[in-house]
Ligand binder design. Sequence first.
Ligand code: GMT
Length: 378
Amino acid sequence: MKIGVTCYPSVGGSGIIATELALQMAELGHEIHFISSSVPFRLSGNVPNIYVHTVEINDYNVFKYRPYDITLASKIADVIDTQELDVIHMHYAIPHAVAGILANHMAERKVGIVTTLHGTDITVLGHDRSLERAIRFGIEKSDITTAVSESLKQETLDILHPNKDIITIYNFVDEDKFNMDNREEVKREMKKRYGIHEDTKVIMHSSNFRKIKRIDTIVRAFGEVQKHVDAVLVLVGDGPEAINVKNIIKSLGIEDKVLLVGQQSDVVSLYKMSDLFMLLSEKESFGLALLEAMNCGSVPIGSSAGGIKEVIKHGETGMIVEVGDYKAAGQYAIDLLTDENKYQKFQKAMIEDIKTRFSEEKIVGEYLETYQSLLTVN
Ligand code: GMT
């Protein structure tokens, strides 16, 4: 099959899923054509069967705003015809699904369109009246629209009432990269590198530090934990909330126990170093970082927002708290960090659960079936 893929190429879960899926499809022998503003960040080196077509936007004085979306549609149409694509997969309703639909009109060859909704396109933009019609159009006019969790699917139906079935296909984890191999060895090495004592527990969070990630709750939860357990908090990533987070850390007087390590290319070693992973967002369609950390052995504490409660089975593979409830998050962390038997039980259950529900093989198979179902239609 020849598959066109459009995604946001910068750091972010949707770009990661688009790229990991493309890599898996390429390995299965399919040909992937990325049509995007730049090379997706998780795509490194030359991978056979993967091609990247970048969208160049010229700067003309006549335009007050450069027409990126139209240029993208035009490029997708070009690639559909010149590469004889069979299917295009658009990640995000806005602008990608709409650009894909427009491209299909422009192209001579007609292809099936799959659109995957990732979260912000619905939970934030879906409420914007100026975009509502365009998002609904993108969902309805794609041949198949998928959402990365049941919660996102439901929210889409509630907010936009599209006249269209939405299929849930969960995100998956690349088990070759994110796994428990050499966890203890890596943990020792990383702790040495960061000057953390071998017996000190590590709680971690990683994100783009947007307000919705509620890192303030994580810091406050850690404030409670460190009163009872010898622990450090490692915050990975950067973004608009960084200053606010630093202020809270200072106000709690825990500067010496919190490591702000910024954006990192090797998150795997950091996940392996951590005992617990916290994701306490107020909006989160899935929480891919959570899944990656869990498969590296870090037991999760998540909020009840969006799809997090689908990823974590409360009381079995991790713990769930209400948004903003730092006291409960702190108490759960203390319980898990001070009861080795309980911790081991959770870790084992979580790895088993990922294998059954979020494995690469299972989810890539679901996308493959989705693509194949469109071959006969067009
Ligand atoms: O979480 C972010 O801010 C990045 C965002 C993105 O657009 O890449 O992530 C969204 O898509 C991911 C992959 O499907 C999901 O795991 C994240 O939960 C989702 N983010 C939100 O819903 C806020």
